[in-house]
Write a protein that binds this ligand. Sequence first.
Ligand code: G1P
Ligand code: ZN
Length: 537
Amino acid sequence: MTQIATQPIDGQKPGTSGLRKKTRVFMQPGYLENFVQAIFDGIGGARGKTFVVGGDGRYFNAEAIQVILRMAAANGAAHVIVGRDGLLSTPAASHLIRLNKTDGGIILSASHNPGGPDEDFGIKFNTPNGGPAPEGITDAIFARTKTIDAYHITETQDVDLGTIGTQAIGDMKITIVDPVTDYEALMASIFDFDAIREMIAGGFRIRFDAMHAITGPYAHAILEGTLGAPAGTVVNGTPSPTFGGGHPDPNPVWAKDLMDVMMGDDAPDFGAASDGDGDRNMIVGRGAYVSPSDSLAVLAANAQHIPAYKGGLAGVARSMPTSGAADRVAEKLGLGIYETPTGWKFFGNLLDAGRVTICGEESAGTGSDHVREKDGLWAVLFWLNLLAARKMSVAEVMADHWATYGRNYYTRLDYEAVPTEPAMALIDDVRARLATLPGQTFAGLTVTKADEFSYDDPVDGSVSHNQGLRIWYEGGARAVLRTSGTGTEGATIRCYLEAFSDTVLDDMHQLDAVRAATMDLAAFQQHIGRTAPDVTT
Ligand code: G1P
Ligand code: ZN
């Protein structure tokens, strides 16, 4: 049946990660329905098509999936593949979209944002290559949200999401699949599971914190099941609709429990965590935290130890705010290196075109051409595989890496829920002064260059402007300023700081000067009244 769309959605353009809102916004009558209809209309209809649907299990996940299934049926879809209990990690969904040669998928998640009736929910469409929809498609979906007048939905009983097998709504087939099986087979085809199993059998201890989110079932099956790690290796491994009331973002702030264990006396050899939907990762050795930018560089430098990448990498890509550590590896190994705007979708074209094999972001996302999303467990298995091959500790791998390539010190400061106006004033003020900055000195450090990043996609020729303000200082330090595209309250300002040294390899104070200079240059306190960031990673 067709429903009149009485509740026009509020015309916010879906960002790089789809549409993210407070859960209660999605729960308003007709809101989710209107956006789902806009997706189907925006991709040229659902008739005869096959989709993958799943989410990270957060509050409203299962209810939303029931609506999507009824709407897919009413819109004439032929087949929908759903993870059991509505669960699919984002990388596993990407894999299923590709494996089954589908017409795309709908992923329900707000990634690392908390879940619950008063927290966040999100929905995004991924294309048949398994990656987030490119701008052309999100624009079409957005345009449709502004004109939508009706949506189609079938009235029927709820689908039984808990039982593997085939069901139907009218003529539309529904297949419920185990969320882990195909993903695990993919991982087994990439990594040397025997080597990892042997290392674990030899007493190598792991702690994997699933943060009450989607990777619990995957980590239980792969680490404790297939690879033989003892029970208890995976902690917080049962997905909860509110992520146990936590903030499922794998960084030293939100995964503090794991950090405390790894810095403690009886630390295991290897610690890792993943986020709400399983695409991010945190890597930490005994007493040794690995920054995501460094992790990307280490993966690129050690790819020859991994069966799937033995033949060499086509190239490496990193988002612009990510540190230049990967560039140093690429240069030494003679690999192509690409600098893209923030957000995974920009990697898709490079991966599809075979220009890069590995890519990553400073926000704890790394991945490869095996899917078209970043992949948390993949990064964890990559690290385990390289440690098994090199027979070194995480700290030894890092020390060796910095000795070879030098060290890009790095930190990110987040100012969250800033009222939009002063936040924009801060950014606009720096933007207006960009041309005059070179030669000026702030807190003792002189600016050498400043610009606003725009990206010319080498594959499709598209240009993305306004992707962040960049300021370089004498000595090679760099600051980047941009506003978040994923925050759901006011504005979030991100300030990324980097300083390089090839002689001083263990002193985070290397960042003090660039930090002081940037606080002064951008007048943080004057504009937004904050003396310190909310989160430092
Ligand atoms: C953030 C991260 C970015 C990542 C995105 C989706 O976006 O910074 O690297 O791709 O989440 O996980 P932002 O809020 O900065 O726009
Ligand atoms: Zn995520």
